[in-house]
Write a protein that binds this ligand. Structure first.
Ligand SMILES: CC(C)(COP(=O)(O)OP(=O)(O)OC[C@H]1O[C@@H](n2cnc3c(N)ncnc32)[C@H](O)[C@@H]1OP(=O)(O)O)[C@@H](O)C(=O)NCCC(=O)NCCS
Length: 176
């Protein structure tokens, strides 16, 4: 954990600071900056947040990560799943391990909620370090299937399902 960093659950009064971090982090990325901030609001409004954490340093919000409920079917049975999106770190504070600390803490929180599987759509050279695998995700039918679609069993000893279907929370379908 980087020096002086505190990871804690997001609170209602953090909303504006989280919004600013998301906008700043995504400005200039291929994802655009407005969509991700709106996505967080929509997921919250729908009640689909599973884990929302902030990284705080010197009393200021340095980063944020959100995991939302997914509708996942594996080998014919529903299993609890969570999608990681978005994750953002203030541009001046990137590459110091803050994203790493947020994602690890988020995955631990999901394990405590007995979530079985996590999915992410993102950089193929970033997420595998947490255990996310494109090979596992490829077993699941999804509108987001492709090289950036990755999945991990939250219990690293769990057997991989043979196949299934994975749908993100409805807010993702309403993204601009
Ligand atoms: C992605 C992000 C959350 C990572 O947070 P961070 O605190 O900088 O990450 P960490 O310090 O834990 O890890 C650094 C690693 O992230 C990777 N990384 C960071 N930004 C990256 C980017 N834009 N593309 C690919 N890899 C990236 C690098 O591999 C880096 O490792 P390195 O320093 O050894 O090269 C942050 O860079 C960010 O907010 N980016 C803009 C928003 C975004 O793209 N979010 C993810 C959408 S999928």
């Amino acid at each position: 954990m980087p020096d002086g960093l505190v990871i804690r659950p997001a609170r209602a009064e953090d909303e504006e600071a989280i919004d600013s971090v998301i906008r700043a982090a995504f400005a200039g990325t291929e994802f655009g900056h407005q969509g991700e901030a709106d996505l967080v609001r929509m997921i919250e409004a729908d009640g689909d947040v599973m884990v929302s954490l902030v990284a705080e340093r010197d009393g200021a919000i340095a980063g944020h990560v959100l995991f939302s409920r997914m509708d996942v079917e594996a080998d014919g049975a529903a299993i609890p799943g969570a999608g990681l999106a978005p994750v953002s770190v203030a541009p001046a504070l990137q590459r110091q391990g803050i994203g790493d600390a947020l994602i690890h803490a988020g995955l631990d929180a999901l394990r405590r909620q007995d979530v079985a599987i996590g999915f992410v759509l993102g950089h193929e050279n970033y997420y595998p370090r947490f255990g996310y695998s494109p090979e596992l995700a490829a077993r699941f039918a999804s509108p987001f299937a492709g090289p950036h679609f990755m999945a991990m069993m939250l219990d690293s000893g769990a057997t991989w399902p043979q196949g299934g279907r994975a749908d993100y929370a409805p807010a993702f379908g309403r993204m601009g």
